[in-house]
Design a protein around this ligand. Sequence first.
Ligand code: GLU
Length: 255
Amino acid sequence: MRIVVKVGTSTLAHKTGHLNIRHMEEFCKVLSDIKNAGHEVILVSSGAIGMGMGKLHLTERPKTLPEKQAAAAVGQCELMYTYDKLFAEYNHTVAQILLTGSDVRDEHRRQNFINTVERLLAFDCLPVINENDTVATDEIVIGDNDTLSAIVSVNLHADLLILLSDIDGLYTANPRVDPDAKLVPVVTELTPEILASAGGKGSEIGTGGMQTKLTAAGMVMDAGCDMVIANGADPDVLYDIMDGKAAGTRFIGRR
Ligand code: GLU
């Protein structure tokens, strides 16, 4: 199987912006094992701005564009350094790819991106993709990594997109405020009720929320790819997902 795994800032870093070592080590170990089992893995990783915050000792997420871009420039290094080190322990080679909206909207550049990732997968590398936050401005931004991971999945004809977040999956209402909210295990169609159940932004240091995840679901389902939203706090959940066991919320792609 070809799988795209998107991991959010809330899984990789503490609220302080410093690395969540336990999550990150477990996560890289499980992904390495999935690769060892013969699957093609593409990672879409957030965390550049969050980790930049930690390194620059900022106490809140930067608000101005130059500040965000500076934080991303610092944090992206930290992120790749950490992935390189942890995946190297299991003999896997990571490759960094940074994209903006213009790279995927321009046909020539989009094709180049696809060719590069295909070649990296043929080399048995693990592509790690993020938005190029250091140069992305309003006009060319993709904006969030849920959407970016859906774009990656559709362009590379992935079989499965897994969004690891700080929430267990899609709920009937916002579980942070409504105790009666229930987890939805399977979604075969994005009905108006499902779209209405998505609240706003999720965490203090990340960008996405349930809305961007449902947009991503719509994109990949149309392309015949399944998507799972699961909690990244226990990366072992990836084994359950790969084994087809119930985990988080599974959106079934149109066949
Ligand atoms: N590209 C952003 C970062 O690395 C994250 C965007 C997102 O979390 O959706 O900080």
